[in-house]
Design a protein around this ligand. Structure first.
Ligand SMILES: C[S@@+](CC[C@H](N)C(=O)[O-])C[C@H]1O[C@@H](n2cnc3c(N)ncnc32)[C@H](O)[C@@H]1O
Length: 195
């Protein structure tokens, strides 16, 4: 089975455009076969970004781990008027993300990176809708190693479904971070972890 995080160059392309409104701002995202959330935005990702923006702080930098076609990064960069970095292993998603950044007139560097392998520097915010289907090891790597890429007052924000192990992930996070559940919406938990 083709997963949304594998590179399959032979998968036929069929681009489509997904619209999203935040307040009075309209965004367009080009999506395609072979990427996460190809036909519509993920409810978890929408809950994550909207909860973050409701609680936003004055930040200068962010990293979006598992950025897909750029939804979280692009809305963040636009609403906070900052640039950021998005990483993913799916090259088709990264190409779309670059195209989407131009389309929505924001500046985000989208780079191919297995988790943090290609990431340099530290950030005020790390945001992720982690790839649960890639397995617990990948997910815990994303969440636990975030510590090394956060600035002193930095925050790690994530969305995880209750039925996809949110509670057990919170237990693990508690070993390394101060953890708070910011929102629970239709089984999706928005969780913040701080140093
Ligand atoms: C649940 S999707 C979220 C996509 C996007 N952030 C959104 O909110 O729509 C998770 C993303 O993680 C990516 N991913 C999977 N394994 C990865 C890894 N080892 N390193 C980086 N990204 C990975 C997938 O390709 C996918 O785009």
């Amino acid at each position: 089975m083709n997963q949304y995080f594998t590179n399959n160059e032979n998968l036929k392309s069929r681009e489509r455009v997904i619209k999203y409104n935040y307040g009075s701002n309209s965004f367009s995202f080009v999506s395609d076969n072979g990427v996460f959330s190809k036909n519509r935005l993920d409810f978890g990702s929408i809950t994550l970004i909207e909860t973050y923006l409701k609680n936003k702080k004055n930040i200068q930098s962010f990293l979006d781990v598992g950025c897909g076609y750029g939804f979280l990064s692009i809305v963040l960069a636009h609403e906070l008027k900052i640039s950021g970095v998005g990483v993913d292993v799916n090259r088709r998603a990264l190409n779309l993300a670059q195209k989407n950044a131009k389309l929505n007139q924001v500046s985000v560097s989208f780079i191919e990176s297995n988790i943090y392998e290609g990431v340099q520097g530290t950030f005020d915010l790390i945001i992720t809708n982690p790839p649960i289907r890639a397995g617990k090891e990948v997910v815990l790597n994303i969440l636990m190693k975030a510590k090394d890429y956060l600035n002193l007052d930095g925050e790690l924000w994530m969305v995880i479904r209750k039925d996809q192990g949110a509670k057990s992930i919170i237990k693990v996070l508690n070993n390394a971070y101060k953890v708070e559940i910011k929102e629970k919406n239709k089984g999706f938990y928005v969780i913040v972890a701080k140093n």
